[in-house]
Design a protein around this ligand. Structure first.
Ligand SMILES: [Zn+2]
Length: 357
């Protein structure tokens, strides 16, 4: 790519907790593209949240560009994209857009970008259908199933009233209208993009059918939220499937990902590119198993509600904005223990479930 201004990293790397960051804690400026490997460009998009950025990847497809993930439909993100597209399109068309999973920071601008560029939209089927399902679920008040789910987790009367007041269907305001058609990818598929062949490796637990891309030469992994270097991806039980065991899926996925080479350069959706996939997978696995262990001892003491386990799982106060995620995460750990036969619950109509080891 000739006409694009490329940010240049300083010549250094650093190592932390067994992970190696080849570029240190350097990242390209917003709107600049940095070529992390031949034909693979890093666009770091600022976002107006406490998670203040997302890493997007632009792949040189020879006669076209392939984009991986999009950021949210904020005007600041669209502005960055407009500048980047002007540079990209000066050279060749954007032919394809892949979203790794359905979360708004990965999918939020898919419709907008595809309409602007004519790109083919590519996703796994479960992720696409989940997005369509959430987009279609708009109503004044939360469904009874959602109210019951929160009540059983330990919401107070006031919290339940607030939930009713807040309404339902926020997903629709967090993403621009989806493309009405898509091309399905599935685990094991191979996409030829320019000089590289990328294998689709599906993980589960953070979302149901999250696509990672691993290049055939075994040197690069576009990891989305499936493997992050510093923060832990949220693993939640949701009200649509209260008996799901996403933490089981997540731990199984960690095992599956161990089959990948350890010396891949991992390109995560948040944080910095790193080497040390197996070390990171071991850390993630150990972290969850440690929490399960603490939770089990806590529940052996006396029965607790899901929300009472926050002090053990998170060790801090959870504010209202984090409440949904925290309940989902607590439920994921409790459901794992339940499926493993290590915890059980007492159900009482109109009250929170009580969990005991
Ligand atoms: Zn995500």
């Amino acid at each position: 790519m000739t006409e694009t201004s490329l940010s240049q990293p300083p010549d250094r790397g650093e190592t932390r907790r067994g992970l190696h960051y080849p570029l240190g804690r350097w990242h390209p400026e917003p709107g600049d593209l940095h070529e992390v490997a031949s034909g693979v460009f890093w666009l770091r998009m600022p976002m107006p949240f406490s998670l203040d950025h997302i890493n997007l990847w632009i792949l040189d497809g020879g006669d076209h560009w392939t984009l991986v993930d999009t950021a949210i439909p904020a005007s600041s993100c669209k502005d960055v994209w407009r500048g980047v597209l002007a540079k990209l399109l000066a050279e060749k068309p954007v032919g394809r857009l892949i979203s790794t999973h359905y979360h708004p920071d990965h999918l939020g601008l898919a419709g907008w970008l595809c309409r602007k560029t004519g790109a083919e939209f590519v996703m796994t089927r479960t992720e696409y259908l989940t997005a369509r399902m959430l987009l279609g679920d708009r109503r004044e008040e939360p469904p009874e199933a959602a109210m019951r789910f929160s009540e059983k987790a330990g919401y107070s009367r006031a919290q339940l009233d607030k939930m009713r007041e807040d309404g339902w269907g926020r997903f629709a305001s967090a993403i621009s209208p989806l493309p009405d058609e898509y091309t399905r990818i599935a685990d094991g598929d191979v996409l030829t993009i320019g000089a590289r062949r990328w294998r689709v490796v599906v993980g589960s637990g953070h979302t149901p059918e999250h696509a990672c891309l691993v290049d055939d030469a075994g040197t690069l992994m576009i990891a989305g939220d499936q493997v992050l270097p510093r923060i832990t991806s949220n693993v939640s039980v949701h009200q649509t499937e209260p008996m799901a065991n996403p933490l089981g899926d997540w731990l199984d996925s960690i095992e599956r990902l161990r089959a990948l080479p350890n010396d891949l350069l991992v390109l995560p959706a948040h944080g910095f590119p790193f080497h040390g996939l197996h070390e990171r997978l071991s850390q993630l696995d150990a972290d969850h198993r440690h929490k399960l262990d603490m939770l089990r001892r806590y529940l052996a003491d006396r029965p607790r509600t899901a929300m009472q386990t926050f002090e053990i799982l998170f060790g801090r106060q959870i504010d209202d904005r984090e409440m949904g995620m925290a309940v989902g995460e607590a439920m994921a750990h409790l459901r794992w223990l339940e499926d493993a036969g290590l915890a059980s619950r007492t159900v009482k109509r109109g009250a929170a479930d009580l969990w005991q080891a």
